[in-house]
Write a protein that binds this ligand. Sequence first.
Ligand code: NPQ
Ligand code: MG
Length: 368
Amino acid sequence: MKLEGVELRRIVMPLVAPFRTSFGTQTARDILLVRVRTDGAEGWGECAALGNPLYSAEYVDGAADVLRRFLIPAVAAVPDLTAQAVGRVLAPVKGHRMAKAALETAVLDAELRGLGQSFGSFLGAVTDRVPCGVSVGIMDSIPELLDTVGGYLDAGYLRIKLKIEPGWDIEPVRAVRERFGDTALQVDANCAYSVSDARHLARLDPFDLLLIEQPLDEDDVLGHAELARTVRTPICLDESITSARTAAAAIRLGACSVVNVKPARVGGYLEARRVHDVCAANGVPVWCGGMLETGIGRAANVALAALPNFTLPGDTSASDRYYATDLTPPFRLEDGHLAVPTGPGLGVLPDPGVLAEVTTAVAEAPLR
Ligand code: NPQ
Ligand code: MG
């Protein structure tokens, strides 16, 4: 393929309810979309970076800047462009994995649309639907939390993830466990604890959680290994895993026994598949994380979650978990599962009317 144009588009998607985590409360998602035109098909990618650098170092204005100034010109200079080539061409640029992932995804979408092949088929999906969990934000009260969790269980979600932070951990977990019996339950701290909280976190052990996700700082891999020797609940890493190499190292160090795979966090779907493979080779189960994607990002995540070592339900929730109106035809929960798209590439496109309504800025990026 030859890259003929790249459009960078900013959209603002209001959330159906505020989403509170240990790093703040969001009421809307500020998203960057990448659309590539090639001499064949066009392709779409969604950048997972948030509006601020509080989940990870990347943030959406920074991603747009590095794409425009460095990533897009590098990829546009490749004569026989494939998605495979994108990672190699962008390797000299340090970091910026979410920005790289968005561009690689758009190129892969264009490539697969040209070939008539779906993301799922290309990545190696082994099922036509994936089991879904839901991530539940920090609430003002336990009754409010129980109402919210009850609603998601009624909707069919197969696993509940509670966001936790110091002061909102043992009691909410106890309350959900007592009210909802043996529901599959896990927690996510987004780095809010330190290794000196090990004894406190061990108080979660009696509640038979599937895992504790990223309790410590993203660069505290040894701390997670130490914590894993103190708590019985399995440790899962999210923010710390930036590549297949860091996944292998974390596993070797005993820092995690489960991995949250977010393609954006590791630089794209090709590296995400390598993370899946290295975890599988080490007997470490994985599940697909989420970044409150629109249907564009969600389509690719659902395809990835259909790979064989994705043995735990993901944060691949239905469209209406986050958005009253999605950018694509909505992903709907059926029997607690989402169907893996089967059409060429992502298998979905933005609805032009919705897209126009949520767009706040759109610009053609220079190719050189
Ligand atoms: C996580 N995602 O696993 C992330 C964090 C995250 C689904 O829990 C707005 C507000 C956007 C909070 C994107 C889930 C967000 C957000 C991702 C949190 O750590
Ligand atoms: Mg997480």
